[in-house]
Design a protein around this ligand. Structure first.
Ligand SMILES: *Cc1c(COP(=O)(O)O)cnc(C)c1O
Length: 374
């Protein structure tokens, strides 16, 4: 089955009991047992719920893994994966990982005795050098946010295997429609389902897909033992969102390409970061004051954090999503005050370009009078 069909018919796409073409929301916490240990596959809904199971089977099929797990948020998913490790273990993290991933490692798991190093995973030699005798895993985000740095997943998975490291990829930005890390030898894929998979900015969810039997067992144990599961209503919403993943991404990607072409014509734009895939664009305006005004002057495009929805969103990473990174480190990474990040939605491309043009002109005419960033 091709991907476009799999998003609709993958996993468990029909209710076996009624034939309903959508898996119902099984709003139940427990299941009647015919005898002790005799049941229809479900006992208690933290351990398993049919709606959640349908979602877990679906994401497993889309990523090409052997098992899927659904969690209450992307960070609940990431945290559960981090619980595979123990005191004394060391992990490598892409130096531009999602802020929340960095925070939970740095502020929570470090206190449990897990140490980490930040490394530019697009530089294979740097990764090799950062591996220590206690290193157990490597966490990668590719492309990175907001600078769209690319990591070679096949090269990393080969390196990881040769050092017995578990390789983990946060695939939130490209989704399995555009990138399937397990096909490149990666062991675990993590998602914030809140973004492209849900796609409508109406649900917070996380997903994990594993590639091996031992990881399936360990993750399944942790999901049930720790309990950060996704509820049936949100599981239903995520399944519903995933059905249109391919068609939404096609449109959003076409819009993104049109916007990149437009940005190339603007003398005020000093840098454009677009990897040629997906619908996230970052671009830098040479005047940070204009950038600060532009995010307030757009009308159709909303000034908001998050990404991956049908609606276009813009943000100023230095003041919003990445404000918690110390200024010096932020500058070193290239996250300047004039850098804008655009999550391109599925509106009409001309409307988006018109909105950006108006906002830019207005911002330039207002230039220099705005409040300073810090
Ligand atoms: C949003 C996001 C997360 C965290 O997911 P939540 O669902 O907000 O908990 C993790 N990684 C990336 C790349 C994200 O964009």
């Amino acid at each position: 089955m091709k991907f476009e069909s799999k998003v609709i018919h993958g996993g468990i796409s029909e209710d076996a009991f009624t034939g309903a073409v959508n898996i119902p929301i099984y709003q139940t916490s427990t299941f009647r047992q015919e005898g002790i240990g005799k049941h229809k596959g479900f006992e208690y809904a933290r351990t398993g719920n049919p709606t959640r199971q349908a979602l877990e089977e679906l994401i497993k099929d889309l990523e090409g893994g052997i098992a899927g797990f659904a969690f209450a948020s992307g960070l609940a998913a990431l945290s559960t994966v981090l619980m595979l490790f123990k005191t004394g273990d060391h992990i490598l993290l892409s130096d531009n990982v999602y802020g929340g991933t960095f925070r939970v490692v740095d502020k929570v798991f470090v206190h449990l005795g897990i140490s980490y190093s930040l490394v530019d995973t697009s530089d294979l030699e740097a990764v090799q050098k950062a591996i220590t005798p206690t290193t157990k895993a490597i966490f990668i985000e590719t492309p990175t946010n907001p600078l769209m740095k690319i990591t070679d997943l096949s090269a990393i998975s080969t390196l990881a295997k040769s050092h017995n490291l578990i390789s983990v990829v946060d695939n939130t930005f490209l989704t399995p429609y555009l990138q399937r890390p397990i096909e490149h030898g990666i062991d675990i894929v993590v998602h914030s389902g809140t973004k492209y998979l849900g796609g409508h900015s109406d649900v917070v969810a996380g997903l994990v897909v594993v590639a091996h039997e031992d990881l399936k067992e360990r993750l399944g144990f942790l999901q049930n033992a720790v309990g950060g599961i996704l509820g049936p209503q949100d599981s239903f919403l995520l399944i519903r969102g995933i059905k249109t993943l391919a068609i939404r991404l096609e449109k959003a990607q076409a819009n993104a390409k049109a916007i990149v072409d437009f940005l190339h014509t603007l003398p005020q734009v000093s840098k454009i970061y677009y990897p040629g895939l997906g619908a996230m664009i970052s671009f830098e305006l040479s005047d940070p004051e204009v950038a600060l005004k532009l995010v307030e002057n757009v009308k159709l495009i909303a000034l908001a954090e998050s990404l991956g929805g049908v609606e276009s969103l813009i943000c100023l990473p230095a003041a919003m999503t990445h404000a918690s990174i110390p200024v010096e480190q932020r500058k070193a990474l290239g996250i300047t005050d004039g850098l804008l990040r655009l999550s391109v939605g599925i509106e009409d491309a001309d409307d988006l370009i018109t909105d950006l043009t108006h906002a830019l002109n207005l911002s330039i005419s207002e230039g220099g009078t705005s409040h300073a960033l810090y």
